[in-house]
Write a new protein. Structure first.
Length: 438
């Protein structure tokens, strides 16, 4: 067994994803110590696209990353629904075009993670993120109030024990920290929709700043949006796409694994004739160098997340369907409020309790809202009323039905324009840069 010096004043974060790394930066900005451990032997820029909503972009900007985000991401200007024939149903501005003081960015998840990782190491030190260490268990130390954390070193199998002031599980939907806090919980819950994801270089989509959603997940849905500022500057686009198909009940039993690779033959038959003058879906699928497959899963909201000096963050706390661009954005909000509550509380216990009180009910409501999206029902109505397409959406949907789409997306984010623009900053130190106080 390998031991380490006690880290009494340090928050140990299990998981070096977007939430965990943002938490480390936020804690450091607030004057607190953080250490991140991750089971991966090496952190690499893997994955596909992700959307960062304005409330998440604000927080990363307040961490001093505004220019870096602008250099890698596409500021999404419009979100548009089409039917499966490419006819426009509904659209709404996004980001600054909707009145927010911060943009909405579409970016490659791997590039964002590497940006956060490099920033953590630059600000906190090279040893602030330790890889190849898988979390196994924790023990509350009654005498000191600290948490003893047991890790397993990949490769050698060596046990590493660390004593920290607090433990935060940011280790994803299959969180081991969550499993220790809530033993006996069932596997993630699948809603019957299977998703494939990929990226491909192509011509710009529409105006080059649009997130396009086609069809309905009642049967099949396809989402596409650009995620690379570098390619945009070259007159090209790196399109991220997501294909969703509802399968018959009981036809899929595998566990959720974002590393599961798929191929063109699995997804293409569902979209073989989805060709429009502004998007050729089959060609986009064929030109993707890698296709990932994942069942759309979440977990039931918990009545409590943590206890004492141990708590959860991001997908470990509130895994949700990827609807409304919420997963990564909510993890970033978690991280910022975690740091704010710990920095402003009398002790770590009160800070963690305040964090959970501020976030649990809010995110639990988003989990449930993502399960019951009225917008999906409206889109299905379009398919039923106009199975062969339409010329005027006003002939298919009433004004109230169209308004339902906009209101349902607001329900899953919970942040309207005026509320975000006027809210005080969560940064807690006067030593932060002027950019931290917009």
């Amino acid at each position: 067994m390998e031991g380490t010096e006690p880290l009494h004043d340090t928050v140990l974060i299990a998981g070096a994803g977007i939430g965990g790394l943002t938490a480390a930066l936020s804690l450091h900005q607030a004057g607190l110590r953080a250490l991140v451990v991750d089971s991966a032997a090496e952190l690499r820029p893997i994955g596909v696209g992700i959307n960062l909503l304005p409330h998440a972009v604000r927080e990363l900007t307040e961490l001093g990353l505004g220019e870096e985000l602008a250099a890698i991401g596409i500021p999404t200007a419009e979100f548009v629904h089409f039917d499966r024939f490419g006819n426009r149903i509904w659209g709404e501005p996004r980001g600054r075009a909707l009145g927010y003081r911060w943009p909405q960015y579409s970016v490659h998840r791997g590039e964002l993670q590497m940006l956060l990782l490099d920033t953590v190491r630059a600000r906190l030190g090279d040893d602030a993120v330790l890889t190849g260490l898988a979390f196994e268990d924790f023990t509350d130390l009654e005498d000191s109030g600290d948490v003893q954390v047991r890790l397993r070193r990949r490769g050698s199998g060596e046990t590493v024990v660390m004593t920290a002031g607090a433990l935060v599980g940011a280790d994803g939907i299959d969180s081991t920290v969550r499993a220790r806090l809530h033993p006996g919980e069932s596997a993630p819950l699948w809603n019957g929709v299977l998703m494939w994801r990929g990226v491909a270089e192509t011509e710009p989509l529409l105006d080059g700043r649009t997130q396009a959603v086609l069809g309905s997940n009642t049967l099949a849905k396809f989402v596409a949006y650009p995620i690379s500022k570098r390619l945009e500057d070259q007159g090209r686009a790196l399109l991220n796409w997501v294909a969703e198909v509802r399968l018959p009940d009981g036809t899929r039993t595998e566990t959720a694994d974002w590393n599961r690779r798929s191929d063109t033959d699995a997804v293409l038959p569902h979209f073989a004739d989805w060709r429009f003058d502004w998007l050729d879906v089959p060609t986009l699928i064929r030109e993707s160098s890698e296709i990932l497959e994942y069942p759309m899963v979440d977990r039931d909201p918990l009545p409590s997340w943590g206890r004492g000096r141990v708590n959860l963050l991001g997908d470990a706390a509130h895994p949700m369907y990827p609807i409304g661009s919420n997963g990564g954005s909510q993890a970033i909000i978690d991280a910022r409020i975690l740091a704010y509550e710990l920095a402003t509380a009398d002790d770590l216990n009160k800070g963690l309790a305040g964090y959970e009180a501020a976030r649990r009910e809010t995110t639990n409501a988003i989990v449930l809202a993502c399960r019951d999206m009225p917008a999906d029902r409206v889109l299905h109505t379009v398919a039923e009323r106009a199975p062969n397409g339409f010329e005027r959406i006003e002939d298919i949907l009433s004004a109230d039905e169209l308004a339902t789409i906009s209101s349902s997306y607001l329900q899953t984010t919970g942040i309207d324009v005026e509320r975000l623009n006027s809210r005080p900053s969560w940064s807690t130190r006067s030593t932060t840069t002027p950019e931290n106080h917009p």
